[in-house]
Design a protein around this ligand. Structure first.
Ligand code: CO
Length: 133
């Protein structure tokens, strides 16, 4: 499997203050915004070279992002690596005993298929694996 850095997810409490830094101070531009209903989040992607930053807002209290913000406050949430075949990646990781949060890929932003790898198997980093449509 060959993984490429796709984006870095950042949980935000207040989108406007996040944009005051990432957009206004750093000059990054929002390329796409989307509500991912299944995950109760709204995502905003900003281009940074070949990769992107993903600002994540919770849209419901049961959102994983809402729970994260409650527990840890805003900040670095996950790193996303893009793979060609997420199902093959899952099979490979399972044979290696890697702990996954999702047993099967599920829909992510922009029509992608995603799974999350448990931080217990990654040295404490929440890793999302993504396959583009
Ligand atoms: Co993401």
């Amino acid at each position: 499997m060959r993984a490429v850095l796709d984006h870095i997810g950042i949980a935000v409490n207040d989108l406007q203050s996040a944009l005051a830094f990432y957009r206004d101070a750093l000059g990054l531009e929002i390329e796409a915004s989307e509500e991912v209903v299944s995950q109760h989040v709204r995502t905003h992607f900003l281009a940074v070279g070949a990769a992107r930053l993903e600002l994540l807002e919770a849209t419901a209290p049961e959102s994983a992002i809402a729970k994260y913000l409650e527990k840890r406050g805003p900040g670095l949430h996950h790193i996303t690596l893009r793979v060609a075949d997420v199902r093959a990646a899952v099979a490979e990781l399972k044979t290696r005993g890697v702990k996954l949060i999702d047993d099967d890929p599920r829909p992510g932003a922009e029509g992608s298929l995603i799974v999350f790898v448990h931080p217990a198997s990654t040295g404490g980093v929440l890793i999302e694996l993504k396959q583009n449509p």
